[in-house]
Ligand binder design. Sequence first.
Ligand code: ATP
Length: 304
Amino acid sequence: MIEAISLTKRYGKTVAVDDLSFTVEPGRVTGFLGPNGAGKSTTMRMILGLDNPTSGQVLIDGQPYAKLHRPLTKIGALLDANWVHPNRSAHAHLRWLAKSNGLPDQRVDDVLEMVGLSGVAKRRAGGYSLGMKQRLGIAGALLGDPQVLLFDEPVNGLDPEGILWIRRFMQNLAAEGRTVLVSSHLLSEMALTAQDLVVIGRGKLISQSTTAEFVDRSTEGTVLVRSPHADKLGAMLVDKGFTVKADADGALTVLGASSEEIGEIAASQNVVLHELSPQRGSLEEAFMQLTGDAVEYHATGTGE
Ligand SMILES: Nc1ncnc2c1ncn2[C@@H]1O[C@H](COP(=O)(O)OP(=O)(O)OP(=O)(O)O)[C@@H](O)[C@H]1O
């Protein structure tokens, strides 16, 4: 578990993180979201003891980072996939990391196997693809078999197969009971990966909830209806005070009514339905809705 308690970080006049409190629970993947400059990287650095808070604190399973005995066995992180000497092989890089943290050599082979790099472990890392470098970074994070894991933008620049692999890998780590915090700009990917979300803007907490709650709270649900009598049904729904939009393909999008209400109204007039499906808002919509005021620089016009 990770607990941020009134965490604040100032750089001169800039307040990068502002009285931020949240918890990240074990057994779940938690997405860490916020517009550019929101303070995500600064927060992650403070969790890892790479930066000191101006005030407040972060606890990892009840302890601040500085008090952790053999920290790599408690918390592992992927911050920058390029953090490996290009002339070193994956095996040599991990052996060096293991040695400097008093971890057994056997663990190097274990984590290389876990991330699927055993076959290329002796090749120099400079020749690795981005996906392979990300896997190597993840192997490094897992070296000490920690219960808490942080991943900063782990899927940036990866192809769909690489993204899927990382998604499943993170979900498996959470299913083993670990605490997994992951930041990403790819919201549609986060919607598929994370069960919980911590959303920040301008250094402050905007929302902490499950992903489903976050989307439901900040977007209006609609219901998609198809009927051979769409005109008649549309008129009936408007009569009842609902907002109805006729789509180009003849379907109706209804705002303000539940699918139960629409089904009952249709049945009362013997209107046949071919489809009645509630539509969920997207994480993108929810994110834009809630973080709109917290963006550092808004795009204006064409950006020229
Ligand atoms: N070392 C530093 N010195 C001065 N200002 C800093 C420093 N690090 C971060 N900041 C400022 O703190 C704020 C938060 O930055 P941070 O990098 O934590 O945001 P972020 O959410 O990770 O952004 P992004 O999504 O763009 O990576 C920004 O205004 C940034 O300019």
